[in-house]
Design a protein around this ligand. Structure first.
Ligand SMILES: CC(C)(COP(=O)(O)OP(=O)(O)OC[C@H]1O[C@@H](n2cnc3c(N)ncnc32)[C@H](O)[C@@H]1OP(=O)(O)O)[C@@H](O)C(=O)NCCC(=O)NCCS
Length: 206
C-alpha cells in the first residue's frame, strides 16, 4: 500500500479506508472491494498477515460495523454484509460467491419495506436503509466454505469445519464437522488433529 493508501496494481481509483489495518504482507486485489464500506468505527477492520482478498470480494460494512480477517485467509468473490461484527479466523478458505451476513438489512413485513423502497427512489445512490437488528458471525480457524454458500446472522462456524458448496448455514456449525445443504446439516465428522500455531515464515511485503 502506498503512503496515500492506494494499491500500486489497482485498476480502480480508490483508497484503502483509514480505519482499515492492512498487514504489509496481505494482498487486496482492488480497492473496489471497499466501495460499499461505510464503517465509522476507529478500528473497523483488520486484514491479517499473508491473507489474500481477490476480485469480487465486497466489504459492505455499515456505520457501526467491525470485521476481522485473520492470517493466511483467502477470500475470492465473497460478500460481507455487516452491521455489527464478522470475525474470520486464520487459514480460512472462503470460496466464490459466498455471502456472510450478520444482518438481513430489511424488515420481514412488506408494509415496512414499502416506505424503505419509496425512500430509496428519492436518494442517490438508490439504496435501502433500515434499522434492523444485527447478530454477529464468527468463523473459526482453518474453515473452508464452499462456493455459493451463505452464512446467516448469528451463526458461528467452529475451527476446522467445512461447509459444502451451495449450503445455507442457519445455526452454529460444530468444530471439525462437514456440513452441507439447505439448511446445512452435519454429513461427516473430521479428525481434530493438531492445531499448530500460525506459520512463523517470512513473507515478502507486497
Ligand atoms: C462438502 C464436501 C467437501 C463433501 O465431500 P465428501 O465428504 O466427499 O462428501 P460426499 O461426496 O461423500 O457426500 C456425502 C453426502 O453429503 C451430500 N453432499 C455433499 N456435498 C453436498 C452439498 N454441497 N450440498 C448438499 N449435499 C451434499 C452427498 O449428496 C452425500 O449424501 P448421501 O450420503 O445422502 O448420498 C463437497 O461435497 C463440497 O461441497 N465441496 C466444496 C467444493 C468447493 O466449493 N470448492 C471451491 C473451491 S475453494
Amino acid at each position: 500500500m502506498t503512503p496515500d493508501r492506494k494499491l500500486e496494481w489497482d485498476w480502480f481509483p480508490g483508497r484503502v479506508p483509514e480505519n482499515v489495518t492492512l498487514d504489509d504482507t496481505a494482498y487486496v486485489e482492488t480497492t473496489y472491494s471497499f466501495e460499499l464500506f461505510r464503517s465509522r468505527e476507529p478500528d473497523a477492520m483488520r486484514i491479517g498477515r499473508g491473507s489474500s482478498i481477490y476480485l469480487g470480494v465486497m466489504f459492505d460494512l455499515g456505520p457501526s460495523a467491525r470485521a476481522d480477517i485473520g492470517d493466511f485467509t483467502l477470500m475470492n468473490g465473497s460478500r460481507l454484509i455487516c452491521d455489527a461484527a464478522i470475525e474470520i479466523g486464520d487459514y480460512c478458505l472462503i470460496s466464490w460467491n459466498t455471502v456472510l451476513m450478520d444482518t438481513y438489512r430489511v424488515p420481514a413485513e412488506p408494509a415496512l419495506r414499502r416506505p424503505l423502497l419509496e425512500a430509496a427512489a428519492q436518494r442517490a445512490p438508490r439504496c435501502v436503509r433500515a434499522d434492523v437488528p444485527a447478530r454477529p458471525i464468527r468463523i473459526g480457524n482453518n474453515v473452508w466454505i464452499g462456493f455459493d454458500s451463505c452464512v446467516l446472522p448469528g451463526s458461528s462456524i467452529g475451527d476446522g469445519a467445512i461447509v459444502g458448496a451451495r449450503s445455507v448455514v442457519v445455526e452454529d456449525v460444530p468444530a471439525y464437522t462437514v456440513v452441507a445443504g439447505n439448511p446445512a446439516r452435519v454429513i461427516r465428522q473430521l479428525e481434530a488433529g493438531e492445531r499448530p500455531a500460525a506459520a512463523d515464515m517470512t513473507i515478502q511485503p507486497i
